[in-house]
Design a protein around this ligand. Structure first.
Ligand SMILES: [Zn+2]
Length: 236
């Protein structure tokens, strides 16, 4: 019995030894620094007032899914008021014109000036108005409507920094980082003027620059021929 236990232990030790050696070699080969969490405004800091989320909504994050608000960002809007209003609207009952959601639909929300607001706790699945299985999805929403407004470089940089950090923390594969329209039918979300950078691989390139410890060289280029031309206004 003791011998058997010893041999199991030995196999375990050998396997563990191999694994950690591989990780160490991988780190050296890739020479990747640890990605720091980007600065965020915590739920407490913006004055979140959520309802409890049922335990059966708990999940393990596996995907990162990017959204736009789909509503034009208006000049002079206050991001702190915006996030509180969104939460209050979602919490209202359906009869009252709300959604019956206990908390914000998304885990992170990015203002046109690049401020990142923390929303729903990441250990709970998000909400959706479309038809896809939200289990395992980390939802990141960028404010504005990128069918009618051009996304700001601040939003793209914050999204790239956030995605680089989230993918590191939750082990999300690059193939599972995408836009809402990649996982649900019948939506143009996250809007043509942002989706273009997901589609052509530029966004992942900026994420990779963050992973390498570089400042992402974000150049959004000219407007799409059939896309929006007006830049989203920045909060004051
Ligand atoms: Zn969406």
């Amino acid at each position: 019995m003791l011998t058997k236990m010893m041999s199991v232990l030995c196999v375990g030790l050998v396997l563990c030894g191999c694994a950690s050696q591989n990780v160490a070699e991988g780190d050296v080969a890739q020479n990747r620094p640890v990605v720091e969490k980007p600065a965020t405004i915590t739920a407490e800091q913006w004055g979140s007032d959520p309802l409890p989320i049922p335990d059966d909504r708990k999940h393990v994050p596996r995907f990162i899914t990017l959204h736009h608000a789909g509503v034009d960002w208006k000049a002079g809007s206050d991001p702190y008021k915006k996030v509180r209003d969104m939460q209050a609207w979602g919490k209202k009952t359906v009869e009252d014109g709300g959604k019956d959601w206990p908390d914000l639909a998304y885990h992170f929300l990015i203002s046109p000036d690049g401020q990142i607001f923390e929303g729903r706790p990441i250990g709970y699945e998000p909400e959706t108005n479309t038809n896809y299985d939200v289990h395992g999805h980390i939802g990141v929403q960028m404010w504005g409507n990128f069918e009618t407004q051009r996304i700001s470089p601040h939003q793209v940089e914050s999204a790239a920094r956030l995605v680089a950090w989230l993918s590191q923390e939750y082990g999300v594969e690059d193939a599972l980082i995408g836009g809402h329209r990649d996982v649900a039918e019948g939506t143009s979300c996250p809007g043509a003027d942002f989706y273009r950078y997901l589609e052509d691989g530029q966004f992942l390139g900026w994420v990779n620059q963050v992973r390498e410890g570089e400042v992402p060289g974000i150049d959004l280029g000219p407007a799409l021929e059939d896309g929006p031309t007006e830049m989203i206004p920045l909060p004051e």
